[in-house]
Design a protein around this ligand. Structure first.
Ligand SMILES: Nc1ncnc2c1ncn2[C@@H]1O[C@H](COP(=O)(O)OP(=O)(O)OP(=O)(O)O)[C@@H](O)[C@H]1O
Ligand SMILES: [Mg+2]
Length: 341
């Protein structure tokens, strides 16, 4: 659906050249939710503007939904861009138009007749869950509702690709989740390909199938979300993964516990896929005469399976602890003895 080859974007500025996108190669499949994560200035928005032809690459090729976006112009480009919609962090709604009129806007531009327009707008309002709010103005809507209008408007002309640039960054966590659920629903129902840009690993974890990590204009790592969570390669990727798997207070909790329990072992278990649901702890307690204290744990769902992190403290006589450890090693979990008191 999307193919980027040797893509470069260099901006000329008064203070010299800025390389915003540096030799990016990416293949994104039809029906995929593909995440691009990076810190501020990594080049994410530049990359997305190359995808919809808002910017021309300095070199390299951009192929989206059957069109060579990098080389077409004028009417051809406008036509190709109907296949590539976008939603924004700050919604970019028309403030003097109602919900219905905002959603109808791209249909008007595409020359859809009034009766067909009304029918389509009604469908879209239902799809994004805005029934009853049709005549409201954007100023009368919550952030989540505004983004629903943005999504409905983006879907009006049946695009093949939806680009999302920090589409949930202005929303609170709960509203973020409901918008992400809506994107998954749309992806599944319509088979729409979604490219999503974010600086939050939570967003990637929750809805993306694959992810690319951007740093200084380059894609430094990419893969299936679960694989990247399980085995991040680059330091920047490890930092992003920790946003989700390791709450800030973990180190404090562990340090405190080591003081509290000067004996035994503190262990970090990482569960991936099916093993996340296995009752390992129950088996430990039942089968070994040790004490097991759960310090901190979290299981997260990704699109391709669950991923969990559990810190436990094992106490008891050393031989028994070692037996228990041997049992854990046999399970399909990663084990790290992080402190050996
Ligand atoms: N139109 C422009 N002219 C000159 N430089 C630009 C332009 N747009 C972006 N840049 C520069 O390109 C680099 C990448 O910017 P970009 O906006 O793509 O990053 P980003 O990853 O989207 O960041 P953020 O998370 O803050 O939105 C930055 O150094 C930025 O200053
Ligand atoms: Mg940006």
């Amino acid at each position: 659906m999307i193919s980027l080859k040797k893509l470069n974007k260099v901006y000329e500025t008064k203070s010299g050249q800025v390389t915003a996108v540096n030799n990016v190669n990416l293949e994104i499949n039809k029906g995929e939710i593909f995440g691009i994560i990076g810190y501020s200035g990594a080049g994410k928005s530049s990359l997305i503007r190359l995808l919809n032809g808002l910017e021309k690459p300095t070199s390299g090729s951009v192929h989206v939904a059957g069109s060579h976006i990098d080389s077409i112009k004028g009417a051809k480009l406008r036509k190709a861009r109907q296949e590539i919609s976008m939603i924004f962090q700050h919604f970019n709604l028309l403030w003097s138009r109602t919900v219905r009129e905002n959603i109808a806007f791209p249909l008007e531009i595409a020359g859809v007749k009034a009766s067909a327009r009304k029918k389509r707008v009604d469908e879209l309002i239902k799809l994004v869950g805005l029934e009853g709010r049709e005549e409201a103005y954007p100023a009368q809507l919550s952030g989540g509702q505004k983004q629903r209008v943005g999504i409905a408007r983006a879907l009006a002309n049946n695009p093949k690709v939806l680009l999302c640039d920090e589409a949930t960054s202005a929303l609170d966590p709960q509203t973020t989740d409901s918008i992400l659920d809506l994107l998954v629903d749309i992806n599944e129902r319509l088979g729409l390909t979604i490219v999503l840009i974010t600086h939050e690993m939570h967003v990637i974890r929750k809805i993306c199938h694959r992810v690319a990590v951007m740093e200084n204009g380059e894609v430094v790592e990419q893969g299936n979300v679960l694989d990247v969570f399980r085995n991040p390669q680059k330091p920047i990727t490890k930092r992003f993964v920790k946003q989700v798997t390791e709450p800030d207070e973990t180190n404090e909790v562990v340090a405190h516990l080591l003081e509290l329990y000067p004996k035994g072992k503190v262990i970090q278990l990482t569960f991936v896929g099916e093993s996340a649901e296995q009752p390992i702890i129950t088996n430990l307690i039942r089968n070994y005469s040790i004490e097991v204290n759960i310090l901190q744990g979290k299981i997260s769902q990704t699109q391709s399976g669950s991923y969990g992190n559990l810190f436990i403290h094992l106490d008891g006589n050393e031989a028994e602890i070692n037996k228990a450890l041997a049992f854990i090693y046999e399970q399909n979990v990663e084990v790290e003895v992080i402190a050996n008191a």
